[in-house]
Design a protein around this ligand. Structure first.
Ligand SMILES: Cc1ncc(COP(=O)(O)O)c(C=O)c1O
Length: 1012
């Protein structure tokens, strides 16, 4: 390269602004914004949840080109500043978060101006840190030749201190060079059960293992029980272990207790153990008057860790460490390479370097903000604040003790108060107090946190913010008491119950879990059942962790919204409407503005629809059920407007088989798919019979309610799409079509077409989409709903036993009698869980969804075909195999339910044996089989026998004494494997087929040993 080719830099190549005056103006605006924010902090909510929209705006790709400072200003002020941690607010009482201070903030900004690397060398940041450490020595009584450094917090300071203690204990084997393996004994450390978890983490990281940290009990003041400590050390010595360190705490995280440090020091001196003092937050008490004496002897401890960012109010993050034995400290961390050589003079001077006292080489200048804070405020002011906070805590404790509804859960030693509200229902107490805390946070009133004291959930108040006044604490207690009185409505109280409770209620007794098996009568659980292989989407599936989590969040959101509004029905109605909107959106029919009526089940939905039709149709009604031999057992009742069970989902006792109050007589005709000999009738044959029957009924003056089957339990349908269209064209005015699409194996295109023709569509979120069982909905076309609303007549009064107030939607005002329950939280949350599955499914790109379904279905068919004792019910190329007439190409036209029959040497298994087999598959059979097997069960047989396999319930084949089992593809098998990109996706999906193989082998095992 010639000289002229050498690139020259020009103005603007560096990263500085071109116009410093403009920068200055912007800078000042940012400072103004921050100062104004802090000045007005008391008038702001303590915390606000970050809106989805804001998170969306924050999620940007890696920036390639610059944005203006004006844009950054706008984004910071609107998207960031309002959504902070809350700890600058006087009503922030959670965990142990310091409030920061404005002088420290100036220090932080000044440190950024200098941008020093405080790892070492000779510059002013090093000298300021040394100065700050000298102040620390003075405060805690450490000798002038002790070492120390500032850290990111007490967790890091403790890790470093314990590394030094470990190194000293291992000499001469030197953990540093040879590792702990070179030390022949197990090192053990000691702390109280109230010790902070950062100590256990340090043990993990130092290779000692958490078990080497012996946890000792506490006395009634929650300080370490020194006799137990002594006993445990002696016990370990007896066992040949090497005790090396005791961690003692001044200011425990749960209750603010103070260990008896002098007693611990005495013991450790006798035992020759390292004493580490954790004074993370309470270190600031050494600046005050009241607790100064607690620090009298800490200078004799081997090390002390403390945080400036907590009670000292220095902005995050900065903690400190002092170590008495500077040599040991330096020995543990000090080793350098050539590129870090020091000199006696020049920038490379300044020995010793801070990088020799900890693991970090590059370090920011943490000391400057501490220096600013201590100099601007003076230690006395900070000490007085800490003392005052302890007085506040004592005052708060008195107020709690004076109120019979509140209970103090631990003695108040310093600035932490743990208490709870005594909810009358003991079972709900923990949930209630947990909800109280999140409600205070959610509404921005205050931000306490929670902990457990002697097993009970406690509202934990840590007074650490310099802005906090006694009136802030008084207001918090007033809020707790007022909020508790709002939460007395039973429907609201129910929302405190865990989400799995709701998933079991508001449906059917079959949802209740048998405590012995942890399963309901569908063989599934309302909580994560990770170990089971699940291909039961044709019947019911255990909730996934993903869906449960979503439902749980929704339960809490609903609780908090209703609590705040104090008008439960309105809020529930709003949430139910929101849910219906979400269902319409995810199904791609939102623009058609359909009316969605939630229900616990498809059968309930049938009843809702019949009630609506009975209201507006003047002719006599008759239900014609297509594929009648493949619908639910309650259908003949529900489609004729009769109670299909003795108890409704809302818990009302009703006469099974009797018509609902106010319901007219409704006739019934069922058109089966099988004939009397068990033969599956052809599609055309069934179409013809239906068309004839409809024509006849209409001619007789009846209004036909045609219950079309758009995917039955076995994956069949009736009538065909063309027959349905012909019927609609011929008899539209005297016929209403209800499409049973409860399997929801139907695409948007077909769903839209049904609605466009005025058909009512029944769906559930619990079949293909694997939401929890009992989440149904009837989707009414807009025009139908309008007609119903405009009709002056009321719905049959008996519907009140089935429809809770919140779910009435546009039917509000059409039920003369009020419903006895305002809300079915179970149906709501089951749908929320289902929606989470639906969203996850549709977030996989369509081509991958289709490929995954293809490979899974083909894999199951192939696997079933390989087993001689199994026989597929439908073969490729036969009618009912795939649905070529339908519009949608994803679910509508794919066979995703794969039924098969089971044979043994005597022929097809009788229905009762299939039922037994189905139940055995879902259980651990190892005990049962080990009695039967001649030899000890091999590992492979053991694994098969133990595996819980949940597949579709048996379906009796009409006219034959056998039943089909089903392995069905559900949304979860497709969505769970998607990691946001196609790499490895299909291989991962194919892993599901190994589970299928295992299921089939388990069937083989059951047959071989005649378990059924
Ligand atoms: C007693 C105690 N020790 C250690 C820690 C950990 O300190 P840091 O969060 O600064 O790492 C805390 C934090 O709350 C604490 O309260």
């Amino acid at each position: 390269m010639s000289d002229s080719d050498t690139p020259r830099s020009s103005a603007g190549d560096d990263l500085d602004p071109q116009d410093w005056d403009t920068l200055r103006e912007h800078w000042r605006r940012f400072v103004d914004l921050g100062v104004t924010h802090l000045e007005g902090i008391r008038g702001q909510p303590v915390w606000r949840p970050i809106p989805e929209q804001t998170l969306h705006l924050l999620a940007r790709d890696l920036p390639k080109t610059p944005v203006s400072l004006e844009t950054l200003y706008q984004e910071f002020s609107k998207l960031c500043l309002p959504y902070g941690n809350g700890n600058t607010h006087p009503s922030f009482f959670g965990w142990v978060h310091g409030g920061g201070n404005v002088y420290g903030a100036i220090g932080e900004m000044c440190a950024a101006f200098m941008n020093s690397n405080a790892g070492g060398r000779d510059h002013v940041a090093i000298h300021i840190e040394r100065q700050v450490l000298r102040w620390c020595r003075e405060l805690f009584g450490y000798p002038a030749d002790s070492s120390g450094l500032l850290t990111s917090g007490t967790s890091m300071a403790t890790l470093i201190a314990l590394a030094v203690a470990r190194e000293r204990a291992c000499q001469p084997h030197v953990a540093k060079t040879q590792g702990l393996k070179a030390f022949p004994h197990a090192l053990t450390g000691y702390c109280s059960q109230e010790c902070h978890h950062s100590v256990a983490k340090a043990f993990q990281l130092l290779g000692l293992g958490e078990d080497a940290l012996r946890v000792v009990s506490v006395d009634e003041s929650h300080g370490i029980h020194v006799p137990s400590l002594a006993a445990r050390i002696a016990e370990d010595r007896e066992q040949g272990h090497v005790p090396f360190v005791v961690i003692t705490t001044i200011g425990t995280v749960n209750t603010g207790a103070i260990d008896d440090v002098p007693a611990v020091l005495d013991l450790c001196q006798q035992e020759g153990l390292w004493v580490h003092v954790d004074a993370a937050f309470a270190g600031a008490l050494a600046l005050g008057k009241k607790y100064r004496h607690c620090f009298d002897q800490v200078g004799q401890a081997d090390s002390i860790a403390f945080d400036f960012h907590k009670w000292f109010q220095v902005p995050y993050s900065v903690g400190g460490l002092l170590v008495r034995d500077a040599q040991a400290h330096m020995h543990t961390f000090g080793s350098r390479k050539d590129y870090l050589a020091t000199e006696s003079i020049g920038l490379a001077g300044g020995q010793p370097w801070f990088c020799d006292f900890g693991p970090e080489l590059s370090r920011s200048s943490l000391a400057i903000k501490v220096w600013f804070t201590l100099r601007a405020l003076g230690g006395e002011r900070i000490g007085a604040m800490a003392d005052r906070h302890c007085d506040f805590a004592a005052g708060l404790a008195r107020r709690i003790e004076d109120n019979p509804d509140l209970e103090l859960l631990a003695p108040v030693r310093t600035n932490i108060v743990c208490f709870r509200y005594l909810h009358p229902d003991e079972e709900l107490r923990d949930a209630f107090n947990r909800a109280l805390v999140s409600h205070l946070q959610f509404t921005g009133r205050a931000a306490p946190s929670t902990t457990r004291i002697n097993g009970s959930l406690a509202i934990r108040i840590a007074i650490v913010n310099h802005r906090t006044r006694m009136e802030d604490l008084d207001r918090m207690v007033d809020d707790v008491i007022t909020l508790a009185s709002h939460l007395s409505q039973p429907s609201l109280t129910d929302l405190l119950r865990p989400t799995h409770w709701h998933l079991m209620h508001g449906g059917d007794a079959r949802l209740l879990v048998d405590p012995a098996t942890g399963l309901n009568r569908y063989g599934c659980a309302p909580f994560l059942r990770e170990h089971a292989y699940t291909f039961a989407s044709s019947t019911a599936t255990s909730v996934s962790g993903h869906a449960y989590e979503h439902a749980d969040i929704d339960r809490q959101k609903l609780l908090h919204a209703a609590w705040e509004a104090d008008a439960f029905l309105d809020v529930a109605r709003e949430h139910a409407q929101g849910l219906c909107g979400d269902i319409a959106r995810i199904l791609g029919i939102h623009d058609l503005a359909p009316e969605i009526r939630l229900s616990p089940s498809g059968t309930d939905s049938q009843l809702h629809v019949m009630a609506a039709l009975a209201t507006i149709v003047d002719r006599p009604l008759i239900s014609l059920v297509c594929a009648a031999d493949e619908t639910g057992s309650g259908t003949p009742f529900s489609v004729t407007g009769r109670h299909f069970d003795a108890t409704t989902a809302l818990g009302a006792k009703v006469p099974k088989g009797e018509p609902l109050r106010g319901m007219p007589y409704i006739g019934f005709h069922g058109e089966p798919l099988h004939d009397a000999t068990g033969r599956l009738r052809g599609i055309d044959e069934v179409d013809g019979a239906i068309e004839q029957k409809v024509a006849k009924l209409i001619q007789d003056g009846q209004h036909v309610v045609l219950h079309a089957m758009d995917y039955s339990k076995l994956g069949c349908w009736s009538p065909s799409r063309h027959a349905l269209e012909r019927l609609h064209d011929r008899f539209g005015a005297h016929m209403t079509v209800i499409v049973d699409a409860c399997q929801l194996r139907i695409d948007q295109e077909d769903l839209r077409q049904h609605l466009a023709k005025g058909f009512i569509v029944l769906v559930t979120g619990s079949k293909f989409f694997t939401g929890p069982p009992f989440s149904g909905a009837a989707i009414f076309p807009r025009a139908f709903d309008q007609r119903l609303r405009e009709d002056g007549r009321d719905l049959p009064a008996g519907v009140a036993d089935y429809l809770p107030g919140a779910d009435l939607g546009s039917w509000h005002g059409k039920l003369a009698e009020a419903t006895n329950r305002p809300f079915n939280s179970g149906a709501y949350l089951r749908w929320r869980a289902a929606l989470a599955e639906m969203q996850r499914y549709y977030s996989v790109p369509v081509e991958y969804r289709c490929q995954a379904l293809d490979s899974l279905c083909a894999g199951v068919i192939e696997a079933v075909g390989r087993h001689p004792f199994l026989e597929l019910l439908f073969l490729e190329g036969e009618s009912y195999f795939e649905r070529t007439q339908w519009l949608g190409r994803e679910l509508s036209s794919r066979r995703t339910i794969i039924p098969f029959l089971i044979r043994d040497e005597a022929g097809y298994l009788a229905e009762s044996r299939v039922k037994c087999l189905y139940e055995l598959l879902n259980r651990d059979l190892t005990m049962m089989l080990s009695d039967q097997m001649p030899h000890k069960m091999g590992p492979e047989a053991h694994a098969i026998a133990a595996q819980a396999c949940h597949i579709g319930q048996p379906v009796k084949i009409a006219g034959r004494n056998t039943a089909a089992l089903r392995i069905s593809m559900g949304a979860r098998a497709v969505a769970e494997h998607w990691q946001g990109h196609p790499q490895g996706y299909l291989q991962s999906v194919a892993g599901e087929l190994k589970q299928v193989e295992m299921i089939l082998r388990k069937i083989g095992l059951c047959l071989e040993y005649r378990l059924c």
